[in-house]
Ligand binder design. Structure first.
Ligand code: ADP
Length: 375
């Protein structure tokens, strides 16, 4: 059992740089929470304050209702896995995993039990007698996780544990962390700059920028209801397209007119606009690349574009387009939807057309960047 609560937590380095501002968050027992955001936004600092590796300038951190601000890391019942693994090079895998238990004078037979069962879960039994240098990056990362596992910690903290691995291994280890989480059944706080990791691992995601929480929500909440432009662009790849346009209302029906196209806002979305008392106005309209449709011929509701870059990903193609006024838009098209002739038409400089449905629109205030419905 372990809940974690941060109340008005602030970190000021050297009396001048405020790296974390008034961080407030309650993490429930057994919840998997991911802190995500660009480099330097304060994720690691926040995690390190929870771990006790960094002083808390202001505010409180509680674990299971007990304020731990003044407790040493070793007394906080937490286990931490770092990006650089931090294994002891002269020790075998077994001894690395056993290290903290030996410090605590746990009997050797109990240590044996714990180390071998962790190794089993992580699939590293055959490497127990090896030294870390004889392991691959992924295997070393498993040892680092094993070392944290045997401590029976209340909270598992992970700081960019996969960022030193190549892309394929990272995907594999991500899946393993999901499995591990099911087996360990404990509270996880995981730091990453990678939105895919955040989306796939987190029960809830905390999106940070410049030491401030921009939004907290489930993966689907932050994807479908981003509260501001920063979150909308940070979650999802390639990032959401943004267009300056007028939001108008005629006889109770709502429209947008980006680059001369006239597209009606879907009924349910229009109801949401009404419920929030949104007035006709200039908006920043957001549409995800996968929600845009490519057309080869113009139509009443299409945006004429010029194709600049064609990124063939195999199962889909990412088309980088520019409108007449040089706005950049990206469209994701499943390759299977294109016939041979159409694929040949995706050439540099080609005139193409984009449209999208009224269901997939996000409306932001151009001044404040807030979502007009969810912000
Ligand atoms: P993230 O983990 O999101 O990349 P960090 O928490 O590491 O960000 O850093 C947040 C901010 O705090 C950055 O601007 C960084 O330069 C600053 N910072 C981190 N550690 C220190 C330190 N020991 N002394 C001074 N500034 C620091």
């Amino acid at each position: 059992m372990a809940s974690v609560k941060l109340t008005d937590v602030k970190k000021v380095y050297d009396n001048k740089v405020t790296s974390v501002h008034d961080f407030n968050l309650e993490i429930k027992d057994k919840e998997f929470v991911v802190f995500v955001g660009p480099s330097g936004c304060g994720k690691s600092t926040t995690l390190r304050m929870i771990a006790g590796l960094e002083d808390i300038t202001e505010g409180t951190v509680e674990i299971d209702g007990v304020v731990v601000n003044d407790l040493q890391p070793k007394d906080r019942d937490i286990a931490m896995v770092f990006q650089n693994y931090a294994l002891y090079p002269h020790m075998t895998v077994y001894d690395n995993i056993a290290f903290s238990l030996r410090l605590k004078k746990v009997p050797e037979d109990e240590i044996y039990e714990k180390v071998t069962s962790a190794a089993e879960v992580l699939g590293i039994t055959e490497y127990l007698t090896r030294k870390p240098r004889a392991l691959s990056g992924g295997q070393r990362q498993r040892v680092a996780i094993g070392r944290a596992m045997v401590r029976n910690a209340k909270v598992f903290l992970m700081d960019e544990p996969l960022s030193n691995l190549d892309a394929k291994l990272r995907n594999q280890m991500r899946a393993e962390i999901i499995l591990l989480r099911q087996k360990l059944d404990t509270t996880f706080i995981y730091v990453t700059h990678d939105q895919t990791e955040a989306m796939t691992l987190g029960d809830r995601i905390v999106i940070m920028r410049d030491g401030i929480i921009e939004q907290v929500g489930t993966p689907m909440e932050v994807f479908e209801k981003p509260e501001n432009i920063f979150v909308a662009e940070f979650i999802g790849a390639p990032k959401m397209n943004m267009m300056k346009t007028e939001l108008t209302c005629e006889n109770g029906r709502w429209y947008v007119n980006p680059f001369g196209a006239k597209i009606e806002v879907d009924g349910a979305k229009a109801e949401e606009l009404k419920a929030k008392n949104v007035q006709p106005q200039t908006v920043t309209l957001g549409v995800r690349p996968e929600h845009m449709t490519l057309l080869f011929e113009p139509s009443a509701n299409s945006i004429p574009c010029k194709l600049e870059v064609n990124e063939m990903m195999g199962s889909e193609v990412h088309l980088h387009m520019t409108t007449k006024d040089d706005t950049k838009l990206i469209v994701r098209v499943p390759t299977i939807e294109l016939n041979e002739e159409q694929r040949k038409m995706l050439a540099y400089g080609r005139e193409l057309y984009i449209t999208f449905s009224g269901k997939v629109m996000h409306f932001f205030d151009p001044q404040t960047s807030r979502n007009l419905i969810y912000g």
